[in-house]
Design a protein around this ligand. Structure first.
Ligand SMILES: [Zn+2]
Length: 91
């Protein structure tokens, strides 16, 4: 598995890439790396940030969410699917 370019730890959930495909374990390491190109002028930077944010939020809460869906039964499953679809549609 690839390691963070800055601290050499194994990146987990909050990993990110710069526009050259270099891997970082976190926003902090990403900001500590001086040789990045100017990612914030990249045409897709807003989408990347938004998708990454949604992904991290989902990964943090999906187990709880699934448990809730399981507790309250199948009608809630459609809510979950709609929530996923609304994120997908945005991009
Ligand atoms: Zn790191």
């Amino acid at each position: 598995m690839k390691r963070c370019k800055v601290c050499r730890r194994k990146p987990k959930l909050e990993r990110r890439l710069n526009s050259e495909g270099i891997l970082f374990c976190s926003d902090d390491c990403y900001e500590d790396f001086d040789n990045s190109p100017d990612d914030f002028s990249h045409p897709y930077i807003d989408d990347y940030e938004a998708v990454r944010f949604e992904y991290i939020e989902w990964m943090k809460s999906y187990e709880d969410d699934l448990y809730k869906y399981w507790l309250f039964g199948s009608p809630k499953k459609t809510d979950l699917i709609e929530a996923i679809e609304s994120v997908v549609e945005e991009f």
